[in-house]
Ligand binder design. Structure first.
Ligand code: FAD
Length: 524
């Protein structure tokens, strides 16, 4: 009864605000098994994200119990006379309001199962198919829970993000990248099948063979074509342990030459390559002994000045080798023979050894530390760019040694990937070269009087970096892109725009879905 009253209230609010002519009884008859809520705390949560830069309140929030609930709501939105928008929200870890919506309903895909709020039914638990080496998961499942469910079978997904408290649907709508991408491709290259609720409210299964156009469009599709309710993810035998190594460079060219050499080993047998290749840029002394670097010994802090950093900037290559305890006797030799081919500063090798799970979940530890200091829930004007290999040295000169001015406000990641591991049919766009780098400026803005850490200053720096790339002819593509006009989006998608637009007309013709991306305006 209470649920029914709450639902009526939610629907009345929708009707008053958007002037729907729908009969409330009609929406009530939708009979979702989950919960449609206008609880202020639900609305508040759905109006925010990790970026804390944009705030848009939805009219209501649906906590779905199943794909059927998702389909019922989208169908109602699609079929209504005046229409309302619907945005899936995973874990809300976007930066620029991508999962928010105004004049519409947010479907809170992550977290419903544990909340105990559901009237009847909950989203399905992960189902592992051990013999076939894949797992079926709910679109709102967090990657940490995917990992926990597969480890019981001695299996694990192959391609990761650095941080696991992100939803499957959220990362598959972008790409999902980390240091394994050079070898396995992004997460979108490691999916066999999806269930998707399109913008017409149809629930379709898609894969390479079945509805292939929808499958490719949804992968990296920024939530524009449908809501992923199930993903079938490829698995491999889970390693037990990880040898985790960091080495330093003062010379950028030596650093990138080594990174590019290491990713060129992608086709070699496992024993002859690393499993994970990333790197980061150290532009001031603060960072090297900071959060992502907690692994350098606190008793032996690294001094940039003692390492002959060129232009005050150091580069850290971060690599890992996975292993099973049964093969522990060969790991030292394998690592040694790979390291021998590299040109890092000889005294700068930092090694640690840990459980595979602890390695994958490493950023969560940093999160807990930052939370305890009140430094997690702050604005995050992040900038993530794919930079073509041919221009990465220009980027170094102009940005790391130029615009950043030896000041940073968070980790700066840099690592190359092989384009041949990215399916050109997916919606994601990457530079037009065989190798391109991710450069991720993961900054936190602080209101502590330090001008260089203010939101204004960091946002301005982002603008200057983009302008510099434009002026210097560095054809970057934004990862987790953020634009506000269709012209900018057309430019972003380039050759892929016509197809993207065509798929939108086919699968979400009223432009109901994921309006927070600001690519298409609702057509009502
Ligand atoms: P949300 O922010 O909730 O949603 C993102 C977009 O996807 C929205 O447009 C939304 O409408 C849409 N969407 C959400 N769920 C679905 C669904 N089921 N079906 C269809 N569309 C959906 N990314 C990487 O690739 N690698 C990293 O290592 C990495 N590390 C990160 C670390 C941190 C601390 C943070 C905050 C982000 C990181 N990201 C990384 C970025 C992250 O992958 C994206 O922000 C991703 O969108 C977050 O997932 P989410 O579940 O929070 O999505």
């Amino acid at each position: 009864m209470a649920t029914k009253l709450l639902l009526t209230f939610a629907i009345c609010r929708l009707i008053v605000t958007v002037g729907l002519t729908l009969d409330p009884a009609e929406l009530l008859r939708l009979g979702v098994d989950g919960q449609l809520s206008v609880d202020p705390s639900d609305v508040e949560t759905a109006s925010l994200d990790f970026g804390l830069l944009i705030r848009t309140e939805p009219l209501a929030v649906l906590h779905p119990a199943s794909a059927r609930d998702v389909a019922k709501l989208v169908k109602a939105a699609y079929g209504s006379n005046h229409g309302f928008t619907v945005s899936a929200r995973g874990h809300g870890h976007s930066i620029n309001g991508q999962a928010q919506t105004t004049n519409g309903v947010v479907i809170q895909m992550s977290g419903s199962r544990g909340s105990g709020r559901m009237a009847s039914g909950k989203p399905p638990q992960p189902r592992v198919w051990a013999r076939e080496s894949y797992v079926d998961v709910w679109g709102g499942e967090l990657w940490i829970d995917v990992l926990r469910s597969t480890l019981g079978y001695g299996l694990a997904p192959k391609s990761w993000t650095d941080y696991l408290y992100l939803s499957v649907g959220g990362t598959l709508s972008n790409a999902g990248i980390s240091g394994q991408a050079f070898n396995h491709g992004p997460q979108i290259s490691n999916v066999y099948e999806l269930d998707v609720v399109t913008g017409k409210g149809e629930l379709l299964t898609c894969s390479e063979e079945q509805n292939p156009e929808l499958f490719q469009a949804v992968l990296g599709g920024l939530g524009q074509f449908g809501i992923i309710t199930r993903a079938r993810i490829s698995l491999e035998p889970a390693p037990q342990r990880v040898r985790w190594i960091r080495v330093l460079y003062s010379n950028f060219s030596a650093f990138t030459t080594d990174q590019e050499y290491l990713i060129s080993l992608q086709g070699k047998p496992t024993s002859q390559k690393f499993d994970y290749i990333e790197g980061f840029v150290i532009v001031d002394e603060g960072l090297i002994n900071n959060w992502r670097s907690s692994f350098f010994s606190p008793r032996n802090p690294v001094k940039i000045s003692s390492l002959g950093a060129n232009g005050g900037v150091l580069y850290c290559l971060e690599i890992t080798k996975n292993y099973h305890e049964s093969t522990a006797d060969t790991i030292d030799q394998e690592v040694e023979s790979l390291l021998k081919k590299l040109n890092f500063i000889p005294t700068s090798v930092f090694t640690t050894d840990l459980l595979y799970v602890d390695f994958l979940d490493r950023v969560h530890k940093a999160e807990l530390k930052l939370r305890s200091k009140g430094l997690w829930e702050v604005p995050h004007p992040w900038l993530n760019l794919f930079v073509p290999k041919s221009k990465i040295a220009d980027f170094d000169k102009g940005v790391f040694k130029g615009i950043l001015g030896n000041k940073t406000s968070g980790p700066i990641l840099i690592y190359p990937m092989n384009k041949n591991k990215w399916d050109p049919r997916s919606s994601v766009v990457t530079p037009d070269e065989d190798v391109f780098y991710l450069v991720a400026l993961l900054r936190s803005a602080l209101d502590n009087g330090e001008e260089t850490r203010s939101l204004e200053c960091l946002t301005d720096q982002n603008r200057r970096i983009l302008r510099f790339c434009d002026d210097a002819g560095i054809k970057v593509k934004q990862y987790l892109p953020h634009y506000t006009t269709q012209e900018e989006w057309m430019d972003h998608f380039g050759d892929k725009w016509d197809r993207f637009h065509q798929m939108k007309m086919e699968f979400d013709p009223r432009h109901i879905l994921a309006t927070g991306q600001q690519i298409f305006r609702p057509s009502f």
